[in-house]
Write a protein that binds this ligand. Structure first.
Ligand code: C2E
Ligand code: MG
Ligand code: MG
Length: 766
């Protein structure tokens, strides 16, 4: 390729194009120079009249024209489109040939003038022209040194030969000088060319550097302006150096407000004036910057803007001693964090603090109390029968009940006290320190708060609660102690019949422990068959004949002796053992009754708990009847009102199903508890057993007697029989008989006895 031949440096095409272009860069100099070279032979012909110069003049004119044409064509071509590498090589070639031709013309003119003529003026003009052009070419065409070398040779070699042939000693010296001049010029030429090439390379490098810097700047700019945080940089003397657009947006500043050189104090003043920051916040921000500057440590400051945004500003020292300030708009982050914190500590339904929050507060109070701080009281509140309300009225009503209970409990509290929902229907209150008598007052206030009826699902409902109270530090040294004490007190309140409060007492813990032991022993008694039945007669008052025997369960404890059913039946109910025990009682009672006269029935107590598995109960009764072959009409099942109050559809259906089998039902312990006469009409009872507390006072005029009277009348109308329980004296017997009761049960007629001692089975002495 052209550049391969003509220039060893022009390896880089880009570079080569620049050098070729430089050859055509000055048309004026080329044109004027060539006019001079055309004029020189004309001048020589004029002064010498030597005709040799005429053809030289003509050739020179032709070369001048040719060069002008090449120049014009080149400039037209590059104006039209960028020239390819091959085209550039062609232009290089054309320039080289035309320039060499012109140099040959100059050289030949000088040769003819010096060798063939005696005219000094012709000598001077041609010698100076060759020297001047040689120097000029070096400067002009240094980009293409090969062309220049050829040009120098083409001009200076014929001149030197001419000078030597002139046989003038001075001219010979000039010839030598000319050749030395050429040699030194070639050296200068190459040095110039090297500089040129280096200059071009340096320019290229600097252009590349500038382009890369420009692109880096753009990238940095884009990065800065697309940051989610606002960023500013101040110099060591706190003058603004740089700010991104996010910073301007966050602080409601314009780009003009943030001109480099703006002092930090000026910027803070602007923020105060524009009501972006208060005086206090602006001062905090300024101090954070100055602190970072002095200590060199990162600082963080939180600002609340006048618009209510929360800005978290980090300030730190930059490597050149300035300040970098990054602002995060933390409004949403903080709000979300606060919301999560609230949710983690709050019960969703009632809006009260939850168990987690309660434990936190309790832990803190316990630690304070241990360190001699204030004591306090814990109230464990649990709704009575919440589950049945939830089951019968639906969860929505249950939820509304809990919300209202929460509100009522809050109303009971004094300032600084806390109520939390512990889960389900359990609430916990933390109150100020109190003496036992104050705790009782507070317990009463809680029960009173629940006494107004609740309206749920269009029904008016009375809901009661049980409350366990523990005092710190009297009843516990730490959090778990005091909570356990309150829990035990609550358990005691539940066992005591609910709708009451109990203040913890160490005896409660003892009772509970012995109850746990009993629980264990009862399980074993069930497994070992340590339970047995006693039978107590129920007699017809008029005929004095035994109409039935009530089966009453007994447990002989290996250490404690006979444990009363009032102790072990509630334990059996709590632990679920009652299902198994009740099944056994029905089966055993039916088997025992099989041996009795046909008109003597057996009555078995059935706990409300057994109705939780109605299918199991029905199956157990059927199995007992089948195994004993006892007619169903001789089996009576005694249930209490607690079963009916819950009004469970499944219980009603089970009673109906068993009734249809022929089994009879008695309503036990009537008169205590809820005592709704409506139950008597609604369920298929064949007997109602009036609780023994009424028999105690039946001999004196009063409500007991009236109640027995009314129940007897109503039962007669409904076709039911009345049994009065607990007849111990002859007077009581006479009185209940006179009132109109048909049957009675009590020590007067016989105590509960083992089946073997039931003599005489038919009649009792009374
Ligand atoms: P209940 O069904 O009302 O049984 C009558 C209770 O009154 C019996 O107490 C009986 O001994 C007692 N009693 C009878 N006549 C008199 C009297 O003239 N004076 C006095 N002071 N008491 C009299 P007991 O045997 O202690 O049973 C207590 C309760 O335990 C029963 O009351 C019953 O509710 C429950 N119970 C007993 N056995 C069973 C059972 O097998 N299953 C279930 N679920 N409960 C049972
Ligand atoms: Mg009974
Ligand atoms: Mg009873």
């Amino acid at each position: 390729m052209a550049y391969g031949r003509h220039g060893q440096q022009a390896r880089d095409p880009q570079h080569y194009r620049v050098l070729v272009h430089s050859l055509f860069s000055s048309p004026t100099s080329i044109t004027l120079g060539n006019i001079v070279t055309t004029a020189v032979p004309l001048f020589c012909w004029h002064v010498t009249r030597d005709t040799t110069f005429v053809p030289v003049f003509l050739v020179s004119s032709a070369v001048l024209l040719l060069r002008i044409v090449i120049f014009v064509r080149y400039h037209l071509a590059i104006r039209q489109r960028e020239q390819s590498d091959v085209e550039m090589a062609a232009w290089d070639r054309e320039f080289f040939l035309s320039a060499t031709a012109m140099s040959v013309v100059i050289g030949m003119t000088a040769y003819f003038a010096v060798a063939n003529t005696e005219d000094v003026s012709a000598h001077v003009i041609t010698i100076t022209t060759v020297i001047a052009f040689s120097a000029g070419y070096i400067a002009r065409n240094a980009g293409r040194p090969f062309i220049v070398v050829v040009q120098l040779m083409a001009m200076c070699v014929p001149l030197s030969i001419g000078l030597l042939l002139a046989e003038e000693p001075y001219y010979s010296w000039i010839a030598v000088f000319t050749l030395l001049f050429v040699a030194s010029n070639i050296a200068i030429l190459f040095s110039l060319n090297r500089n040129l090439v280096e200059l071009a390379a340096a320019r290229k490098r600097s252009e590349r550097l500038a382009a890369s810097l420009r692109s880096k700047n753009v990238t940095l700019d884009t990065a800065l302006n697309s940051m989610v945080h606002g960023m500013v940089m101040f110099s060591a003397n706190l003058e603004l150096e740089l700010a991104n657009s996010r910073f301007a947006d966050m602080y409601r500043l314009s780009a003009g407000d943030l001109a480099p050189g703006l002092r930090l104090t000026e910027m803070l003043d602007r923020l105060i004036k524009a009501q972006v920051l208060s005086h206090g916040c602006a001062r905090d921000l300024g101090e954070a910057c100055r602190r970072a500057l002095q200590s060199g440590r990162t600082n963080e400051v939180e600002l609340l803007t006048e618009r209510g945004q929360i800005f978290v500003v980090h300030t730190e020292l930059t490597p050149d001693g300035g300040i970098l300030m990054v602002t995060e708009d933390a409004t949403e982050r903080k709000a979300a964090a606060a919301q999560i914190e609230r949710m983690a500590h709050t019960d969703n339904l009632t809006g009260l603090p939850n168990r987690f929050r309660f434990n936190q507060v309790l832990r803190k109070l316990c630690t304070d109390a241990q360190c001699g701080g204030k004591s306090f009281a814990v109230f464990y509140v649990d709704l009575d029968n919440f589950k049945s309300i939830n089951d019968s009225l639906g969860h929505e009503a249950g939820d509304r009940l809990l919300i209202e209970v929460a509100q009522r409990l809050q109303a009971v509290l004094y300032r600084g006290e806390l109520v939390a929902r512990f889960g389900g229907d359990e609430f916990l209150l933390l109150t100020r320190p109190m003496r036992p008598e104050d705790a009782a007052d507070a317990g009463r206030r809680i029960l009173d708060a629940m006494s107004p009826p609740f309206t749920l699902a269009g029904r008016t409902l009375h809901v009661t609660t049980s409350v366990g109270i523990a005092l710190m530090p009297e009843h516990g040294r730490d959090q778990s102690d005091v909570l356990r004490a309150a829990d035990m007190a609550l358990y005691e309140a539940k066992s005591a019949g609910r709708n009451t409060f109990v203040l913890f007492d160490p005896k409660i813990a003892e009772n509970l422990n012995s109850r746990r032991e009993l629980e264990q022993d009862l399980r074993e008694a069930c497994r070992n068959g340590d339970l047995f039945l006693h039978y107590q007669p129920i007699v017809n008052l008029r005929s004095r004949r035994v109409v039935s025997y009530e089966a009453l369960m007994r447990w002989k404890h290996p250490v404690r002796g006979l444990v009363p059913p009032s102790t072990f039946i509630p334990i059996a109910e709590d632990t679920g053992l009652i299902a198994e025990m009740g099944e056994w009682a029905i089966k055993q009672a039916c088997l025992d009754a099989r041996a009795w006269p046909d008109d003597v029935s057996v009555a078995v107590n059935v706990s409300a708990f057994q109705f939780k598995n109605t299918a199991g109960l029905i199956a157990a009764v059927q199995a007992a009847l089948l195994a004993s072959r006892l007619p169903p009409s001789r089996l009576e099942l005694e249930v209490t009102e607690s079963l009916l109050i819950e009004d469970q559809e499944a219980s009603v259906q089970a009673i109906q199903a068993l009734h249809q089998l022929g089994v009879r039902f008695s309503l036990d312990d009537f008169g205590i508890g809820y005592s709704s006469l409506a139950y008597l009409a609604r369920y298929p009872f064949s007997k109602v057993k009036i609780d023994r507390t009424f028999a105690q006072h039946v001999t004196v005029e009063g409500p007991s007697r009236s109640i027995i009277e009314v129940v007897c009348q109503l039962a007669a109308r409904l076709g039911m029989r009345v049994v009065v329980e607990g007849i111990e004296t002859e007077e009581q017997r006479e009185e209940v008989e006179r009132i109109g009761a048909e049957q009675a049960q009590g020590y007067l007629f016989g105590r509960p006895e083992p089946v073997s001692k039931l003599v005489p089975p038919r009649e009792v002495a009374a």
